[in-house]
Design a protein around this ligand. Structure first.
Ligand code: NAD
Length: 257
């Protein structure tokens, strides 16, 4: 049998029950990884894990874990180490939006978004780091966004997503000497329930919203979860072992100007 990129590796994908996280968990599993799907809802995490296991020969588990909760992240990571026999790859993908213009943005809108994306990525990285350092091997990939560069109505989200880029660079410096690569992927518009919800908020049909987004980048299509999963898989693999501290924009060229 040919070897696959993630044979004998275990990966956690946060927010893996649907969208980009689900596609990423599936991709890693197809390439040999044992995968733990973390999501808010135990039911959603388990059914995603079951769907991935049915499509692959991988060991896949689904665990409830709110990434903004320190105790929950620590105990869920320990459960993964016990059940999957270790941990080698962390994908910080869990995300929410609470879009509003500044004068209408509540402190709660700010705290929730910063809490899930930025505090969540910090807590998850902290929870895996002892394992990664001890085995002198680990990959951390966090989802940033093209919105990090600025996007009307997304002060909270943009700050969190640019924060992830700073966190990524700093963790790359701190953990590089211990065999740990830390990178980010910054998607442009990707067709998922997150962007469908934005369309609904703007009173637009999903197809119209997607075609508007497609017109705004050079490749003239929207991104698919699989486009992002492919980039994450590259950064999670040993093919990118000389790449660290970077943010890879996967946006069909939307941010080229
Ligand atoms: P999605 O809304 O379809 O899925 C997000 C998942 O995260 C859901 O399953 C949700 O339950 C889970 N989640 C939310 N809060 C959580 C928490 N506290 N703990 C654990 N899980 C939690 O979103 P998506 O479009 O697949 O986006 C995935 C990631 O990619 C997010 O970080 C998002 O910000 C980023 N991103 C998405 C796009 C896009 O266009 N869809 C663009 C750029 C970046």
């Amino acid at each position: 049998m040919t070897t696959r990129r993630f044979d004998s590796k275990a990966a956690i994908v946060t927010g893996g029950a649907r969208g980009i996280g689900f596609a990423t968990a599936l991709r890693l599993a197809k390439e040999g990884a044992s995968v733990a799907v973390f999501d808010l809802d135990s039911e959603a995490a388990s059914s995603a894990a079951k769907a991935i296991a049915e499509e692959t020969d991988a060991r896949v588990i689904g665990l409830p874990c709110d990434v903004s909760d320190a105790t929950a992240t620590e105990s869920a990571v320990e459960q993964v180490v016990t059940e999957l026999g270790g941990i080698h790859v962390l994908v910080n993908n869990a995300g929410v939006t609470r879009d509003n213009l500044l004068h209408k943005m509540s402190e709660q809108d700010w705290d929730i978004v910063l809490g899930v994306h930025l505090r969540g990525a910090f807590l998850m990285a902290r929870a895996v780091q002892a394992h990664f350092v001890a085995q002198k091997y680990g990959k951390i990939i966090s989802l940033s966004s093209a919105s990090a560069l600025g996007n009307r109505g997304q002060a909270n989200y943009s700050a969190a997503k640019m924060g992830i880029q700073g966190l990524t660079r700093t963790l790359a410096i701190e953990l590089g000497p211990f065999g740990v690569n830390v990178n980010a992927v910054a998607p442009g518009f990707v067709a998922t329930e997150m962007t469908d919800a934005t369309a609904a908020r703007l009173n637009m049909a999903v197809e119209d919203f997607r075609s508007l987004a497609a017109d705004q980048n050079p490749v003239r299509r929207v991104g698919l979860p699989e486009d992002i999963a492919a980039a994450v898989a590259f950064l999670a693999s040993d093919e990118s072992s000389y790449v660290t501290g970077q943010t890879l924009y996967v946006d069909g060229g939307a941010t080229l100007g």
